[in-house]
Design a protein around this ligand. Structure first.
Ligand code: NAP
Length: 325
């Protein structure tokens, strides 16, 4: 019988997760019955949203939740063939048997690497696109500030905003990431570890901020609110600074009154009507080289929890992935 290794959460982290919060388990994978298929995962997606679930939502001694890209290796299901490339959300595991529910075939463009469907042409790129256009209501000529700008979502957001005619400012946590963002043509970039965020933002936003694409919350949000123009929009994609159970209060929320600022959180289902348009534009930008991306890849399921810990410590540039097989 085939086997699969999977990562379990065995202890809830106290702050930043550590390796002993996780355990690698070997399980057996049954032969597929009629109307079932077997998927071998090729890549796991490592996502910040996993961290809050480790505190609440993720069961202990159960496979860690998460998304993956895989290949169908056996099929007795009429809708799937051996070799199909599929996306699924069955967690940090190498292999699984499925009745097809929750397994989505992707028609991968042979001119593009498969992994782009896990970031810039997948969920990360789509929330960047919809967050700017639908939620941020970004217009050409406006100033857009994106935090965590060298990550999977952030690096897509800064490039989309540039392509749509905005003046774009990005912040990130290392000088190497600053250098990459500068090479993408941003109007200003700063390392928030090198100087106070509020001082840095004041220097690089002489015309204020029209749209803040927030990936961080806390101190970043407070600093951005100080610089928002009247009728500005804050599109809240994530609040990673709070995910390790560190809630940093934003002390100037009253800025939203006189500035008439709209703050709105969002998830991808809020703007699914934009999906065809996003796919067409992003595919074109990738093929023409107008959008670039980076990946940070850990190898092997045995390193998946290390990849999650590294992501939460800012060790990734672009999308964090775990390559399997
Ligand atoms: N709303 C949605 O549907 C949706 C979907 C996907 C992602 N998100 C959110 O989008 C954000 C980015 O996600 P991603 O997948 O693209 O991850 P990512 O940006 O590729 O990786 C996480 C990055 O966060 C930064 N970071 C970590 N701890 C931080 C802290 N305390 N303060 C500031 N920055 C910190 C690090 O970069 P630095 O070196 O720059 O610090 C790290 O590399 C997250 O908040 C995530 O939850 C939301």
């Amino acid at each position: 019988m085939a086997t699969s290794r999977e990562v379990h959460l065995v202890r809830r982290p106290d702050g930043m997760p550590v390796p002993n919060d996780f355990k690698l388990i070997e399980t057996s994978v049954a032969e597929p019955r009629e109307n079932e298929l077997v998927v071998d995962n090729l890549y796991l997606s490592v996502d910040p949203a996993t961290r809050p679930r480790l505190t609440r939502g993720q069961d202990l001694n159960a496979v860690l939740g998460g998304f993956a890209l895989g290949r169908v290796t056996q099929s007795r299901h009429k809708d799937f063939r051996e070799g199909d490339i599929v996306q699924s959300g069955f967690g940090y595991r190498e292999r699984f048997v499925s009745d097809g529910k929750g397994v989505r075939k992707i028609a991968a463009d042979p001119a593009l690497p498969l992994t782009v469907y896990m970031h810039v042409l997948g969920g990360a790129g789509f929330v960047a696109y919809g967050g700017l256009i639908e939620i941020g209501k970004m217009k050409a000529g406006e100033t857009v500030y994106v935090s965590t700008a060298a990550g999977a979502v952030g690096s897509a957001a800064v490039q989309i905003a540039k392509l749509k005619g905005a003046s774009v400012i990005g912040s990130t946590g290392s000088d190497d990431k600053v250098a990459w963002l500068r090479s993408l043509g941003l109007d200003a970039v700063f390392n928030y570890h090198s100087e106070p965020i509020r001082d840095a933002l004041e220097t690089v936003t002489p015309k204020g901020i029209d749209v803040y694409f927030d990936n961080v919350g806390g101190e970043h949000l407070e600093a951005a609110l100080r610089r928002m123009n009247s009728l500005g929009r804050v599109a809240v994609c994530g609040m990673i600074s709070t995910y390790n159970d560190q809630q940093i209060g934003v002390r100037n929320l009253s800025a939203i009154i006189y500035g008439r600022i709209n703050i709105r959180g969002f998830v991808a289902p809020d703007f699914m009507h934009l999906y065809p348009q996003f796919t067409e534009e992003m595919t074109g930008w990738l093929k023409s080289g107008q959008v670039k991306y980076q990946e940070t890849v850990f190898e092997g399921i045995e390193n998946a929890s290390a990849a999650l810990i590294a992501l939460l410590n800012g060790k990734n540039t672009g999308k964090m992935l775990v390559k399997l097989g």
